[in-house]
Ligand binder design. Structure first.
Ligand code: PGA
Length: 215
């Protein structure tokens, strides 16, 4: 079985106290999957100091470098705490007006600071900047709805996407659970999953990892 990427996206959830108790319950799982935790900016320093088992990621990055951009967190600042960043999540496109041009700038900033990029699309025809390291296909109707897409349909879309954009690693995201994770990662073109809701509960996320490991 090839090693997969199991990516937890906490979105805008958890205080430091809640992150602490999540870590307490999250025992280092066996297996050789790469487990990445995408946490809010406010938790990254705490998680960086406290956790050794998980690779850390941010959920966003400024399209600008250092300077007069009040409220922004730039890629160099992130590089002190994380190895990865998610760019282009559909929630950022829909709620924060992020366009292809802005997303391209974010990827440029991230890559020039040495971050690796998980770039999200909700449709196989969307533009993907060529420097992204991983593409995550997340159909909007499947996100947070409990209605995941059919794994074989996702596999075909991810296979075509990877071929078109020449990025070798493709993830599926959208209502992935401990019960359905195996059906996704068994697919030949799917190299891992991006998990929102289920990742907020350490026991459920561990179960998901375990089910991914025995599939
Ligand atoms: P979900 O979210 O697992 O809660 O559907 C996935 C995501 O948006 O990354």
């Amino acid at each position: 079985m090839k090693s997969r990427f199991l990516v937890a996206n906490w979105k805008s959830n958890k205080t430091i106290a809640e992150a602490d108790s999540w870590l307490e319950s999250f025992k280092s799982p066996a297996g050789d999957h790469t487990i990445i935790l995408c946490a809010p900016f406010t938790l990254l320093h705490f998680l960086h100091e406290r956790n050794r088992a998980l690779v850390l990621s941010a959920q966003d990055v400024s399209p600008f470098g250092q300077g007069s951009y009040t409220g922004e967190i730039n890629a160099q600042q992130l590089k002190e705490l994380v190895d990865w960043v998610i760019i282009g999540h559909s929630e950022r496109r829909a709620n924060f007006g992020e366009t292809d041009d802005i997303l391209k700038q974010k990827v440029l900033q991230a890559k020039s600071a040495g971050l690796r990029v998980i770039f999200c699309v909700s449709d196989e025809r969307e533009t993907v900047p060529e420097d992204a390291d991983i593409v995550a296909y997340e159909p909007v109707s499947a996100i947070g709805s409990g209605q995941s897409e059919d794994p074989r349909a996702s596999n075909e879309i991810i296979a075509r996407l990877k071929e078109r954009i020449k990025i070798p690693i493709g993830l599926y995201g959208g209502s992935v659970t401990p019960d359905n994770v195996a059906s996704f990662i068994r697919q030949p073109a799917i190299d891992g999953v991006l998990v929102g809701g289920v990742s907020l509960d350490a026991a459920k996320f561990l179960q998901l990892i375990e089910n991914a490991s025995i599939s």
